[in-house]
Design a protein around this ligand. Structure first.
Ligand code: FAD
Length: 420
């Protein structure tokens, strides 16, 4: 068993930014643990248009990892944290001050049978894709949108010559744009079949409303140019009804907003998709069409990856992407000394995650050293707001309402705790 002062789980933008800040501000041992082979998290696979040029996440990931190592942070890649014991922290209560000489609060089980203890813990495990199945979805050649993004932007491999995309959301449209830029335009972008997993986003009018809400934060040509028309109140229903059944090529993207994929064909590999027109509720109707493709990309949205925080109070806030650990303004959870940062608190862009990492890092450094001023914390909180307001890609259109809801729930929790 080995001991460090601060452990950060997750070497994405949030975890790396938090670790570097703590190591720079407080003279303590900081270790970042990440299951991936290299630091950077999802940033490594991100390439998208921003203000007319391309943002290359891999470059930013390398800069963040280099900065963290230069500050004295140890980064352990290829290590999975599979268990977390917070009993010592819970026994002592959230407000108890920890001297770095007191017994450690946290005990982490790490792959390889190792155990690591720590006085402070930041969990920055990011987000996971929400999966949904449809007939044929296990056929070789069917990929999740994150896998397509990694193949394309990390390994520089095209998924196929004739790709169909199922799911119309900011991430899938961003990937379609990236594929087109890589010289691999997709055959078509289709609605998913209706199911409990796909929820309302199989209804054409819902898709239009969602795209309209995202218009100001458009990551690509489609959202920035074509969705402009959806600003007109009440037009989404009308556009959904009038949208041509054969689909429309918008800014180079073949969008089929009145057609869903009902099945994927192929034995040893994908050979075709079966599609059907949908009614206003998104239900398949009429004859099926067979379209030849050799690969399929499925996009089902993202949700916070909060498995390691089950000892914290968890709350379900749809505007943030699902279940998240209840946390205060400086990202401390209901388990004293355990902080969260990045997409585990709600699905947002990498730049927001990075500023959240710096906020959590500032808060932990303040607790350890007693030296960080309120002004520093205030400034770190403002940086998060600024990054949120100017984010190049927005996954959850009502993220600000979600953040307000979190503040209300935290205030209610703190009041209850104070009266017990
Ligand atoms: C498939 C996918 C595609 C995305 N595409 C974009 C995009 O194009 N643009 C954009 O702005 N945002 C995108 N995002 C959102 C993205 O999550 C944020 O941009 C940003 O990377 C979040 O930063 P983070 O530090 O919170 O988490 P991440 O960058 O996701 O980093 C979390 C890290 O934690 C590690 N980890 C998780 N659990 C454990 C564990 N138990 N033990 C050890 N390590 C663990 C993971 O391996 C990962 O490296 C995408 C997210 C996903 C899931």
């Amino acid at each position: 068993m080995s001991h460090v002062d601060v452990v950060v789980v997750g070497a994405g933008p949030a975890g790396l930014a938090a670790a570097a800040l703590i190591a720079t501000t407080a003279s303590v041992r900081v270790t970042v643990i990440d299951e991936s082979p290299a630091p950077g998290g999802r940033l490594r696979a991100q390439i998208y248009r921003r203000n007319g040029s391309w943002f290359v996440g891999g470059d930013r990931a390398r800069t963040l990892a280099h900065g963290a190592r230069e500050s004295g942070v140890t980064i352990e890649s290829g290590c999975l944290v599979w268990s977390l014991d917070t009993r010592s922290a819970s026994d002592r209560g959230a407000e108890a001050e920890v001297s770095l000489d007191s017994p450690p609060r946290f005990r982490l089980g790490i792959s390889g049978g190792r155990t690591l203890t720590a006085d402070y813990l930041i969990i920055a495990t990011g987000a996971a894709e929400t999966a949904y199945g449809l007939p044929g979805w296990t056929t070789p050649g069917v990929l999740a949108v994150g896998a397509v993004q990694t193949m394309l932007n990390v390994h520089r491999v095209l998924p196929g010559d004739r790709l169909a995309v199922i799911g119309i959301d900011p991430l899938s449209l961003s990937i379609v744009d990236e594929l087109a830029a890589a010289g691999a335009p997709v055959q078509g972008v289709y609605l998913p079949p209706p199911s409990t997993a796909t929820g309302p986003f199989t209804r054409p009018s819902e898709i239009f409303s969602r795209l309209a809400e995202l218009r100001n934060l458009a990551p690509n040509r489609l959202l920035s140019a074509a969705m402009h028309v959806l600003r007109i109140p009440g037009i989404t229903e009308l556009v959904a009804r009038l949208w041509p059944a054969v689909g429309v090529r918008l800014a180079g993207m073949p969008l089929h907003l009145r057609e869903c994929v009902v099945g994927i064909e192929g034995d040893t590999g994908v050979t075709a998709i079966r599609t059907s027109r949908v009614d206003a509720a998104g239900r398949p109707m009429g004859r099926e069409k067979v379209i030849e493709v050799d690969s399929v990309c499925i996009s089902g949205g993202l949700h916070p990856l909060q498995d390691l925080t089950r000892d914290c109070v968890l709350v379900d806030i749809a505007e943030l992407g699902g279940t998240v650990p209840l946390h205060g303004p400086d990202l401390e959870t209901t388990v004293g000394g355990l902080y969260v940062a990045g997409n585990i608190t709600g699905i947002e862009s990498a730049l927001v995650a990075e500023t959240q990492g710096r906020l959590a890092g500032t808060a932990v450094a303040a607790r350890i050293t007693g030296r960080v001023s309120q002004a520093d914390l205030e400034s770190a909180r403002t940086d998060v707001e600024t990054a949120r307001a100017s984010a190049p890609i927005s996954f959850m259109p009502r993220i600000v309402e979600g953040r307000h809801r979190m503040s209300e729930l935290w205030a209610a929790h703190s009041t209850r705790e104070a009266t017990v």
